[in-house]
Design a protein around this ligand. Structure first.
Ligand code: GLN
Length: 286
């Protein structure tokens, strides 16, 4: 029997229904993102081609992607891209998918670095590179040094730096926290920034399947989730200039705890759109 051809509109309705059935809250958005990926067009363009029929091949691919999504794979891993700060970042399963909350951290730093000439920025646990690379992208006289323990993550970050044309100002080091940084960078940085793994180890098993498809290395913050903040704060004294900024994204109940570890800093806390204390920024005062 000849398969009935679906229009773009019908394909979106079908995909949305499949995803909604298993409780995906962003079902319509996800269906549209997947279809625009298959059709290689902007999501906004789908409305323009609403009535056009999908080719057989496109329909087969779209069905497969909807099925992947139904099995709990995040859209960003299926399409290979995630938008962050208005820029498209390449992602795969070796990196955390950039989150909108993290944009608050980047925006706060862009604000505070206005007037600082050629800032030197250290991004610890860079993952996809979304923090360091977007800072390099928007602060055009900055130099960014990005570390990660995972060579697979660094491969992704390097590709992103190249694609976005900032590879001559972003330098990568493989190692845990400060381990791979040469000694010459002691006292060198105007900013140390990190969105480290911050989920307490015991809570990892309770995460949604979707989050569990992200690398454990990017999520697990040790017994109380604060392991990396301790390490980063302990070393920051050596690497950060006096008057420099130490900035973190934190988990939902961690801001005050992290603040209390930052004794020699004057600290601001910024909430996210859900009202959760999400960003901790300290200026080194002694
Ligand atoms: N810095 C990256 C991000 O903010 C990776 C963070 C991580 O893997 N914990 O997305």
């Amino acid at each position: 029997m000849k398969e009935r051809q679906l229009s773009v509109h019908e394909a979106i309705i079908w995909g949305t229904g499949v995803l909604k059935e298993i409780g995906i809250q962003t079902s319509r958005l996800d269906a549209e993102l997947l279809l625009s990926h298959v059709l290689k067009c902007e999501r906004a363009h789908l409305i323009v081609i609403n009535k056009e029929k999908l080719t057989h091949d496109d329909l087969v691919i779209y069905r497969r992607l909807i099925e992947d999504r139904r099995r709990g794979i995040p859209v960003a891993y299926i399409t290979g891209f995630k938008e962050f700060m208005g820029i498209d970042f390449i992602v795969n399963q070796s990196v955390l998918i950039p989150r909108p909350e993290t944009e608050i951290l980047v925006e706060a730093l862009i604000q505070r670095l206005k007037g600082v000439k050629s800032p030197k920025i250290l991004d610890i646990g860079t993952g996809s590179g979304c923090i360091g690379i977007s800072l390099a992208y928007f602060i055009t006289d900055s130099s960014v040094y990005a570390t990660d323990i995972s060579s697979d993550a660094l491969a992704v970050a390097k590709t992103n730096a190249r694609r976005l044309g900032v590879e001559d100002r972003v330098f990568f080091y493989q190692g845990d926290v400060y381990d791979a940084l040469p000694d010459e960078y002691k006292g060198y940085f105007d900013v140390i920034v990190s969105n480290p793994p911050y989920i307490p180890s015991v809570d990892i098993k309770n995460l949604s399947n979707e989050v569990k498809s992200e690398p454990a290395l990017a999520l697990d913050g040790g017994k109380d989730g604060l392991r990396f903040y301790r390490k980063i704060i302990a070393g920051a004294f050596e690497y950060l200039k006096k008057g420099g900024l130490l900035a973190f994204e934190v988990g939902y109940d961690q801001a005050q705890k992290v603040k209390s570890m930052m004794m020699s800093y004057s600290v601001d806390i910024i909430k996210d759109l859900a009202g959760i204390e999400r960003v901790v920024i300290g200026r080194r005062i002694s």
